[in-house]
Write a new protein. Structure first.
Length: 333
């Protein structure tokens, strides 16, 4: 299977892989070698609201640009992996009906790309793919059972069991961002209440900071200064910057976020008992300072008496996780 990783001692295959990260506004593609290093990248706009053909053309433009410029020095193209917004079918490579990509409805993306390039093509969502890349090349290397979470505008998760992506019966497994930790909590965009995404992702952190500053208008918080005096202008990025400057309000917001993540990760550990927990995404950079607090909170959030034996680590791949993840999908294809 293309989503397994080689046993120790297996020599890397020759040639190169192309990883493609498709979003609502851009296509990012990269050449990735057999050690997981991203050698070159190319970005082009995505025609999300055009025709299916135009959307496919954007993907081809990015791939063609890379191959034309670099294939001579790197050898043979072995495979292409594509991270696409879902829902999608990872077995058939069909993109079903992603809200952010209305150009593709029941579109056989893997088959269409394979037809053009004549190599194996795999399609999956970004969190699953990033989890696989971390397992093969990154912070999860050497572990068989991995729980991966990406914290950003939303919260996505990927589960690797026995070195393979766990897709579940219908292919829709690992929607960990929509695990509720408060059935009376705020309503998530998915329709459920109290999802961790609506409590601990970037927009939730910003909303909590705005509420705190609004409730304490006389506070001398650096948050208000960063926002130009407007409470409504506070963003999660500003919370991170204010925390770095020692701002107490920002610290309170991030400590509460850490507590929420502790309860959620406790549930994930009790459910999966993984070998390692890997945290990536833009928000993880500001939460990294709270990893020890989260780890120390786990015994009160877990039934598992050995929960603190499970490493909690920062992801290896940052903003390029989608490219690395795409390449990982085709690593053994």
């Amino acid at each position: 299977m293309a989503d397994s990783f080689p046993a120790p001692g297996v020599p890397p295959q020759e040639g190169f892989l192309v990883g493609v990260d498709v979003g609502g506004t851009k296509v990012a593609a990269g050449i990735v070698d057999s050690s997981g290093k991203i050698q070159q990248q190319y970005r082009t706009p995505m025609s999300a609201h055009g025709t299916a053909t135009a959307g496919l053309a954007a993907v081809s433009t990015a791939i063609n640009a890379l191959i034309a410029e670099h294939s001579a020095e790197l050898g043979t193209l072995r495979g292409i992996g594509i991270c696409s917004p879902g829902p999608l079918d990872p077995v058939t490579g069909v993109v079903i009906n992603p809200p952010n990509l209305p150009c593709w409805r029941n579109f056989p993306l893997a088959a269409e790309v394979a037809k053009t390039y004549g190599v194996p093509v795999r399609v999956d969502n970004d969190a699953n793919a990033a989890a696989l890349a971390e397992t093969i090349w990154g912070a999860g290397r050497g572990y068989k059972h991995v729980f991966y979470a990406t914290l950003g505008t939303g919260i996505g998760t990927g589960i690797i069991l026995g070195g393979k992506i766990y897709h579940g019966h219908t292919g829709a497994a690992a929607e960990g961002g929509h695990i509720s930790i408060d059935y009376r909590g705020p309503q998530c965009a998915c329709g459920k209440r109290g999802c961790i995404e609506t409590l601990a992702a970037g927009p939730a952190i910003a909303a909590r900071a705005r509420a705190l500053i609004a409730a304490e208008p006389n506070s001398a918080s650096a948050l208000l200064e960063l926002a130009g005096g407007s409470v409504d202008a506070i963003t999660s990025e500003m919370v991170g910057k204010a925390y770095q400057s020692g701002d107490p309000a920002a610290r309170r917001v991030l400590q509460e976020t850490a507590q929420l993540l502790s309860f959620w990760l406790g549930n994930m550990i009790d459910l999966l008992d993984p070998d390692v927990v890997i945290i990536g995404g833009g928000v993880s950079l500001m939460m990294r300072a709270f990893f020890d607090e989260i780890r120390n909170s786990l015994p009160s959030c877990c039934v598992n008496p050995r929960c603190q034996e499970i490493p909690l680590v920062q992801a290896h791949y940052g903003a390029n996780a989608g490219i690395a993840g795409g390449a990982a999908l085709s690593y053994l294809a």
